[in-house]
Design a protein around this ligand. Structure first.
Ligand code: PXP
Length: 236
């Protein structure tokens, strides 16, 4: 079973809908910690559509569990990360028109630029994880880039109305491959209270990053309770 990273981006999405000061993702992070979150995850997007630079700066000072920053491989964003120094950076692909991160980072295609970016982040003392599709070639290349961890994209599994068992089997095979490559296994995207358990039960699953579903439930039951309910499902 797995630990839980709570992605609080969509608390900031609500705030930005009115360009006001509430709800504050800093409060959301504190409430998520009260509910048992093992990590707080935020994505500072280039277009700043939800999380703002101020959120990152304040969360760096207030979060008591691991702070995981999702970031595109862009020199300006990498400079921000090196300056603020969150515990972990997860490098993700980013595309201005997308509603959310649509696929894994193509580490095979971007291997050379990634090596430089990873080196810079690691020199700043930051743990680096790569958000990749559950494919052997991507996993093998990630391992060759000397990162300690990968986050497998679970979107295909989450979106598979009919073939979710097939997609789960692909994830299970990829999980084995991640262990064989000596990497820490994280996963996320599209996970919900209904579909999370089989992913949490994959052998050696370390951490799940879950955002939308937890924030959606928090609207009705509160953030701490929403996190507690997810923690009960995924185990540790
Ligand atoms: N992991 C990564 C790398 C992501 O980009 C996202 C979405 O920001 C998530 C996990 C969380 O996805 P969801 O909001 O669908 O739970």
């Amino acid at each position: 079973m797995a630990t839980l990273g709570v992605n609080i981006d969509h608390v900031a999405t609500i705030r930005e809908a009115r360009r006001t000061i509430e709800p504050d993702p800093v409060w959301a992070a504190a409430a998520a910690e009260l509910g048992g979150a093992d990590a707080i995850t935020i994505h500072l997007r280039e277009d700043r559509r939800h999380i703002q630079d101020r959120d990152l700066e304040v969360l760096k000072k207030t979060v008591q569990v691991k702070l995981n920053l999702e970031l595109a491989m862009n020199p300006l964003m990498v400079d921000i990360a090196c300056r603020v120094a969150p515990d972990q950076v997860t490098i993700v692909p980013e595309n201005r028109e997308e509603v959310t991160t649509e696929g894994g980072l193509d580490v095979v295609r971007h291997k050379k630029e990634l090596a430089a970016t990873i080196g810079k982040l690691q020199d700043a003392g930051i743990i680096v994880s790569l958000f990749i599709d559950p494919e052997p070639e991507q996993i093998q290349t990630a391992a060759s880039l000397s990162v300690p961890a990968v986050e497998l994209h679970t979107g295909a599994y989450a979106n598979a109305a009919k073939n979710s068992l097939e997609e789960l089997q692909l994830l299970a095979r990829a999980a084995t491959f991640v262990h064989q490559a000596g990497l820490i296994l994280n996963a996320g995207h599209g996970l919900t209270y209904r579909n999370v358990t089989p992913v949490a039960e994959l052998e050696g699953m370390e951490e799940l990053n879950i955002g939308h579903s937890i924030v959606a439930r928090a609207v009705f039951v509160g953030m701490a309770e929403a996190v507690r309910e997810m923690k009960d499902l995924i185990g540790r």
